[in-house]
Design a protein around this ligand. Structure first.
Ligand code: NAP
Ligand code: GLV
Length: 309
């Protein structure tokens, strides 16, 4: 059995060491053009040449949760695509989103500005009931985030493609539920996969349906959001601001309006990082299961190419 590692922007050695420790009797190699084909591949943003040279691959293990970039490539027909299934990301995402929601709700930026001026000033406490949070995407990450927000007693809504039930969360689904979900939401969190059905989903029309004083937290993909529409709605006063972790072009170009907008908080795609040890353990466990004859459809995180996630 051979595993090929082909991950752009990733230090290969620790991954190779971890995978070799899990499969000491097998070949685990970093891909070089023209290398012997492998049975399994561990990838992040691989070049098309890598995929074209691997027509026999059984599975491609993506070292991230989102597979939008990978699915744009021409994939070996026999290879299943398997994404990271949590692997330590959901708790990070819950921390990030709860922090952003609470920072906005408790007006910590305004307190910080006052303190910088030496001002000891109280603000009238805002009502939690006036800040319903809506989480788009109730998958591995979205559900964890929605549950975490509910722990702080925010009214929490969730929206998914198929109907879901999450304790403490009012769930909506499909196109039919989208309007009611948006109009019941003030702080909108995006945790959708990027697919043709979700691209540009946060635009002038949809963001206008949020309650006045709406706030946007995008931790999924930059192409979910129409940047100009967000800025126009913030500048018109309908939206109060945004916390953005992901962008259409990354790194965010130096001249982009988001960098300096006083109501936009930018972080560099860091809300839920791939954790190497957890990810290696998860991928190695799946490869071992496949080698032992388990059917790939029984594994968590197998991507449905028709749905695109
Ligand atoms: P997941 O488990 O596949 O969950 C996706 C959720 O989105 C599901 O609830 C799904 O509905 C819903 N959905 C998909 N298409 C929809 C549509 N057209 N309408 C309504 N709901 C739809 O994915 P995940 O692991 O939670 O990850 C979500 C995304 O987060 C990833 O794709 C990635 O882009 C992003 N991400 C970002 C970072 C970061 O650092 N910023 C880190 C990790 C992941 P069903 O439940 O009905 O299938
Ligand atoms: C990060 O954005 C991921 O998809 O894991």
């Amino acid at each position: 059995m051979k595993i090929s590692f082909c991950c752009t922007d990733t230090k290969a050695e620790p991954w190779l060491a971890g995978l070799r420790a899990a499969f000491p009797a097998d070949a685990v190699e970093q891909w070089v053009p023209g290398a012997e084909p492998a049975d399994y591949a561990v990838v992040w943003a691989p070049p098309q040449q890598f995929l074209d040279e691997q027509p026999q691959l059984k599975a491609l293990f993506n070292i991230g949760a989102g597979v939008d970039a990978l699915l744009k490539l021409r994939l070996p027909p026999s290879a299943a695509v398997v994404r990271l299934d949590d692997a330590g990301m959901s708790v990070q995402m819950a921390e990030y989103v709860c922090h952003a929601v609470i920072r906005h709700f408790r007006e910590f930026d305004a307190y910080e500005a006052d303190v910088k001026l030496g001002k000891w000033s109280y603000r009238r406490p805002q009502l939690r009931a006036d800040f319903p949070v809506g989480v788009m995407g109730l998958g591995v990450l979205g559900e964890r985030v929605a549950r975490a927000l509910a722990q702080f007693d925010f009214p929490v809504r969730g929206w998914s493609r198929s109907p879901r039930e999450v304790p403490g969360v009012q769930c909506f689904s499909g196109d039919a539920g989208f309007h009611d979900f948006l109009s019941a939401t003030r702080i909108l969190v995006c945790l959708l996969p990027l697919t043709p059905g979700t691209e540009n989903i946060m635009n002038r029309q949809t963001l206008s349906r949020l309650r006045p004083g709406g706030y946007v937290i995008n931790v999924a993909r930059g192409a979910h959001l129409v940047d100009e529409d967000l800025i126009a709605l913030i500048d018109s006063g309908h939206l109060a601001g945004a916390t953005l972790d992901v962008f259409r072009t990354e790194p965010l170009p130096a001249e982009h309006v988001f960098w300096k907008h006083p109501k936009v908080t930018v972080t560099p795609h860091t809300s839920a990082r791939t954790l190497r040890e957890e990810s290696i353990a998860q991928i190695a466990g799946k490869i071992a299961a496949l080698q032992a004859g388990q059917d790939i459809s029984s594994l968590a995180g197998v991507v449905d190419p028709k749905k695109g996630y």
